[in-house]
Ligand binder design. Structure first.
Ligand SMILES: [Zn+2]
Length: 249
């Protein structure tokens, strides 16, 4: 049972610790292709839109009149844009404890996460995910995904025009890689800090940040997790770091 929970959490960006996707080793393994897959911001947005269309098609999107969609609309009321990018929110009906954001303003929250977290905690997760976009983490993950999905083509082809190179069959694999992207320890901490500032800027409850991370620690099995994943910060440690930051804000 615990194994199952860990497997589910392994697939999430928000919990991020886990082993599914080692960014550094993928960067070195794909480094030749990666050089060719340098993406402009316009490329990144175009690929995000392609990936969003694919993911919205392959996941069960909660209908606008459903309890989940109504709750997310309430949670995100007034959150129209971030840093000039218009935001669009949807719920995926899935037991996974997951959420992600993309460069085109796409934010998707899984119903499994909404079942476990209160409104303010969901807001922190949204701020954290937007942080990954605004701090350039998702762009980096996208370059890795592009390099490994379409590396040879991109290398042989037109350089930055990776978006045009991805075929219909590749976009599904590419989108899946993005959703499952695991970020580094420092990227997670930076996204947490961004999430906290996001709460403050929007006059939400700051304590929701550490509270969300503590819930994650519980869900991922606490100390067991840390010993398995010693190179990554346990969510409990991230909660303590955020509590220190709250005192300074
Ligand atoms: Zn994260």
């Amino acid at each position: 049972m615990k194994k199952l929970v860990l497997a589910i959490i392994a697939a999430t960006c928000f919990s991020a610790p886990v082993y599914a996707f080692d960014l550094n080793s993928m960067i070195s393994a794909g480094s030749d292709a990666l050089k060719a897959a340098t993406l402009s911001d316009a490329d990144v947005k175009a690929m995000a839109s392609q990936a969003r269309a694919e993911l919205d098609k392959t996941n069960k999107v909660a209908p606008a009149n459903s309890t989940y969609a109504k709750r997310l609309a309430k949670i995100t009321k007034g959150l129209n844009s971030e840093d000039g990018t218009p935001l669009n929110f949807k719920v995926y009906l899935s037991p996974e404890i997951n959420a992600f954001a993309m460069a085109d303003g796409t934010v998707r929250v899984y119903s499994g996460l909404m079942d476990k977290m209160n409104d303010d905690e969901v807001r922190f997760v949204i701020g954290h995910e937007i942080g990954h976009v605004k701090l350039g983490h998702t762009k980096k993950a996208m370059q890795v995904a592009a390099a490994t999905s379409a590396g040879r083509k991109a290398a042989a082809g037109s350089g930055s025009e990776v978006a045009a190179v991805l075929s219909k069959s590749e976009i599904g694999e590419f989108a899946q890689k993005l959703v499952n992207a695991q970020f580094s320890q420092s990227q997670e901490s930076d996204a947490d800090a961004y999430g906290l500032k996001f709460l403050k800027r929007n006059n939400y409850k700051l304590e929701a940040g550490p509270a969300a991370l503590r819930k994650l620690a519980e869900l991922s099995g606490g100390s067991d997790e840390k010993s398995m994943l010693s190179s990554h910060p346990a969510p409990g440690e991230r909660a303590v770091a955020l509590e220190k930051q709250i005192q300074k804000l």
